[in-house]
Design a protein around this ligand. Structure first.
Ligand code: KG4
Length: 335
């Protein structure tokens, strides 16, 4: 079965052609970084307009790269939520319209489910069996799930305030490192000392929830002190200490959640899962605890349409489809 998958939940317009759920024939992403950079964050109205301009060229490129004609597509899958509603509506409406014209089925996909299953886009030997504990860390989400099958997920814990990606982006903005924040902070962190500053970890309460607002405030206070003293900021040290604090909190809670569930396998997903320090730390701690660790390639961590096609295929197999009246949703019912 050939699936055309679309994604426009935030600032990436993406289209992919996926065969039978897991064989990625093309995976095209058009990023809007340059449009939003001068505003220091995503401007929703501008993002929606950019999606409208990009969606058809991106779909055409996905079809061309896959060597597939539109007439050969059997199923259309699009992100239905969560995200910015004006943005979501572009790919979702495009998908429903195309399905109507072509008289083929259409499924609406929860973006978080995409991150939970993205690891199954990897080669067969790199895919985990079910069940597993999945950490989804992106710009809007920091949550732990028990993934029992391709369509059954249970929320174990989530952030009580900021998402990890949001914390990376805010620290990057504070340090004037540009956008997107995560990779910029990570690059600086490579040259810094992880123990230069004792930033808080918020691990103590025994739960598997996260909190990053205290860490963000601690970084802000540290930077303010340096600025008041008029001394140059030790940017690399601040970034390395901050990144280590995020990695510690995410890793320890993930291991705790896997143990509580009795799971043997740990999976990462979402943009922050592309972070090198986090990947190394989760892999090391899993090895120490006798758990198997599965890390998607960075291209499948950040927003992409291939993961939407994968989830759409599984959902279609369980009989799910959307009609023309289906609406986009800004918050995920999974979270
Ligand atoms: O999953 P994603 O592409 O979009 C959302 O659904 O939010 O995640 C984007 C987030 C941003 O906050 C970005 O700064 C962060 O992921 N990110 C990273 C890295 N790459 C992307 N954070 C830390 N290290 C990275 N290498």
């Amino acid at each position: 079965m050939l699936i055309l998958a679309l994604e426009s939940s935030c600032d990436d317009t993406a289209a992919a052609v996926v065969q039978d759920g897991c064989q990625v024939l093309s995976n095209v992403i058009s990023s809007q970084f340059a449009v939003h950079a001068k505003y220091g964050g995503v401007v929703p109205e501008l993002a929606s307009r950019c999606h409208i301009e990009a969606i058809w060229p991106v779909v055409q490129e996905a079809l061309n790269t896959a060597g597939v004609q539109l007439e050969e597509i059997d199923l259309i899958a699009a992100t239905q939520g969560p995200g910015l509603v004006g943005c979501l509506l572009v790919a979702f409406t495009f998908a429903k319209s195309l399905a109507l014209v072509r008289q083929i089925p259409c499924v609406g996909v929860d973006h978080l489910a995409g991150h939970l299953l993205a690891i199954h886009l990897e080669a067969e030997e790199q895919r985990p069996e079910f069940p597993y504990t999945a950490l989804v860390v992106s710009g809007g989400t920091s949550s732990l799930f028990a993934v029992n099958s391709p369509t059954e997920y249970r929320l174990l814990g989530r952030t009580r305030d900021d998402a990890a990606g949001e914390a990376f982006d805010k620290v990057a903005k504070l340090l004037e490192l540009g956008c997107p924040g995560g990779p910029a902070v990570s690059k600086q962190a490579e040259q810094g000392r992880v123990d230069a500053f004792a930033f808080p970890r918020a691990l103590a309460d025994g739960s598997v929830d996260f909190s990053f607002s205290g860490l963000k405030t601690a970084v802000l206070n540290q930077v303010s002190r340096f600025r008041q003293q008029n001394v140059p900021l030790p940017i690399a040290d601040i970034c390395a200490s901050f990144e280590q604090a995020v990695a510690d909190a995410l890793t320890e809670k993930t291991i705790r959640a896997a143990k509580q569930c009795g799971h043997q396998r740990v999976v990462l997903g979402g943009g922050v899962a592309a972070n090198r320090r986090l990947r190394q730390q989760v892999a090391r701690r899993c090895a120490e605890e006798g758990l198997l660790c599965f890390l998607p390639s960075p291209i499948f961590c950040t927003d992409n349409a291939a993961m939407i096609g994968l989830v759409g295929w599984h959902q279609f197999a369980t009989g799910k489809q959307v009609g023309l009246d289906a609406d986009a949703f800004s918050r995920s019912p999974l979270n």
